[in-house]
Design a protein around this ligand. Sequence first.
Ligand SMILES: Cc1ncc(COP(=O)(O)O)c(C=O)c1O
Length: 283
Amino acid sequence: MTRAADRGATDTMPGDEMLCESTCHIYVWEAGGPAALSGVTARTIPGDYGVLTLEQLHDKIRPGNDHYVRTRLLCLENTHNRGGGRVYPLPIIQEVCQWAHQNGLVTHLDGARLWNAAIATGIPLKEWAAPFDSVSVCFSKGMGAPVGSALAGSKEFIAKAKRIRKLFGGGMRQGGVIAAAALYALDHHFERLAEDHANAQIIAHAVKGHKALRLDPGYVDTNLVWFEVDPTFMSAKDLAGIMREHGVLLHVAGPTTLRACTHLDVSKAQCEKVADILNRLDR
Ligand SMILES: Cc1ncc(COP(=O)(O)O)c(C=O)c1O
């Protein structure tokens, strides 16, 4: 990873601004944490299924003037959940982070699903992490641990982060129990993410083949299958209800939007069953 400290900065201050994609997890699903806990405002930019390019970012740093909020941090998410589990193309990440650093920004990667990007592309985790000042990963998604995330960064950054974690109320004396499950996941559940990706394709194929369903995005990179249901057919809620009766749980993300997620506890046979149920739904 790059060293923000070498560029004279490691983190944000209250009154700073972060740049992030409009549908990213840290902005949408963390209860306003950046504003409430760090005093950081978010400038959200709509991406292409979660992906922001240099063209969209290059004019988003505010001028150095006391009237403006200070643009300080760029946060990206890979894979991007709301972007359909999309893998962020590495050359775009490299270009955007280089630009950010040249312009005095700190960069963070929300890599909760970075494992999936590494397995889907064959590009090692350290290459995905290298362009950033800090990276967070999560062990409780595809990796299958019951709980736990980890933060990586420079020694100075982590020392500061440990203190702030305590201050935020996230300190834990019994972390070893959680770490043991995460270590197990690293040894046993990383390579097998390829199975989740293959299983997601089974569901994606069935969605594609149904007249009232539409993949959105129109491809599946990893283990998330985001799709739309034609409201003249039924609502997302009703479809999820029918699937639940068959023992299949889908996430209802909007009136017409659903997400299926394949993971450690979902077998190929179960995904074939999902495809079969979808194929047989009256059109
Ligand atoms: C993209 C993304 N980032 C971060 C998180 C937060 O994970 P945790 O609460 O385990 O740190 C999640 C959890 O849903 C996520 O989906």
